[in-house]
Design a protein around this ligand. Structure first.
Ligand code: ACO
Length: 322
């Protein structure tokens, strides 16, 4: 028994912030942002939008493409760094909004790798026959935790959501997934404001911001992703020449280009959305996937490599026969 992607969906807030808009907020230039990151614009959630509201819309679209109804869904997993509230988890909020009851519903907090972690967990449930229809979501409202006075980070992030519906299949489908993490890199990328730690600063109204040593994150990301590509191909028994599309986490165009070089893939076979979406953390892969499926680039039967790297550090990948 395997699982396969039966449908995808995504949601982006209407409000778009271009680099020119950001030039008015912090001391930066469109040229700096594009050269260093590839980003031209990003979507930003309106006040009434939340991580769950975006996840719900993306899920509806994924279910529609899969020809499934909420009543079919028996498993909900969400990757997010920016849950609406600490609890109930985003999975249960989505569950209730879609009128689903009495199923597992949870979120995983592995930063940008959240969607791939959730996908890997859901795949296991389908493979062992415990799920017949899983909803796997990545959704983020990063604009709410970004320090809009910090030019080193505020130019990078965006909001949005993506979702996939997994159904059982006799052939893969999801060929293999690979998950990993190493907490020793915590100091390079973190958001040190939470519940049992860092809460005093938030309560005191002090500015909270993502802490990032961008340059060092960049180097570890490129090296780790290069290793991950080799490990994933070996685990899945797939040769790099069989990969039709690389669907990477959209953090930085230069990191994506390095991964493409590693696979000897021309950029025409890499799905790039960071230019218009910015880095939407756990939402970036399902958003990119849905974009390329709906515009006809990714077609049934093609082999996809999904790969991600994020805060923790966490990383992961999936080889998928679409
Ligand atoms: N506009 C203009 N100048 C800026 C800006 C800005 N927005 N931000 C920083 N600078 C300046 C710095 O102050 C520095 O100036 P200095 O040389 O006078 O000190 C100079 O630009 C160079 O700064 P670096 O940080 O060395 O620039 P770098 O080339 O490394 O690019 C970037 C920064 C884009 C953040 C890059 O390091 C990167 O993308 N790293 C990876 C980060 C990443 O992927 N994070 C997300 C992964 S995890 C997740 O998704 C949650």
């Amino acid at each position: 028994m395997y699982s396969r992607i039966a449908g995808t969906g995504s949601y982006l807030p209407k409000k778009v912030l271009t680099n020119a808009d950001i030039e008015k907020i912090v001391d930066t230039t469109d040229e700096w942002i594009q050269t260093r990151t590839g980003i031209k614009s990003r979507h930003v959630a309106a006040a009434h939008e939340t991580t769950s509201s975006m996840a719900i819309e993306a899920s509806r679209r994924a279910l529609e493409m899969a020809g499934a109804t909420p009543a079919d869904v028996d498993f909900i997993a969400v990757g997010t760094t920016t849950p609406d509230v600490l609890f109930p988890n985003v999975g249960t909020i989505v569950q209730t909004a879609l009128g689903i009851h009495d199923t597992p519903a949870f979120s995983v907090e592995t930063a940008c790798s959240g969607f791939v972690y959730a996908l890997s967990i859901a795949d296991k449930f389908l493979r062992c026959g415990e799920s017949q229809c899983a909803l796997v979501i990545g959704s983020e409202c990063l604009s709410r935790i970004v320090d809009w006075k910090d030019r080193g980070t505020c130019v990078l992030f965006g909001d949005g959501a993506g979702a996939v519906v997994l159904r059982p299949a006799e052939q893969p489908g999801i060929v293999t997934t690979l998950l990993s993490a190493d907490g020793k890199y915590r100091a390079l990328l973190n958001y040190p404001y939470g519940v049992s730690s860092g809460f005093e600063k938030l309560r005191a109204g002090k500015p909270a911001a993502i802490v990032m040593k961008g340059n060092e994150v960049f180097k570890v990301a490129v090296n780790t992703l290069s290793r991950l590509v080799d490990q994933t191909l070996a685990k899945g028994g797939v040769d790099q020449s069989q990969i039709d599309w690389l669907v990477p986490h959209q953090a930085n165009l230069r990191i994506i280009q390095a991964a493409a070089r590693k696979l000897a893939l021309p950029m025409e076979r890499v799905v790039v959305t960071v230019t218009e979406h910015g880095n939407t953390s756990a939402a970036s892969i399902p958003l990119a996937l849905d974009t390329a499926i709906r515009d006809g680039r990714i077609r049934r039967g093609q082999m996809l490599l999904l790969e991600t790297f994020g805060g923790g550090f966490t990383w992961g990948s999936a080889l998928v026969r679409f």
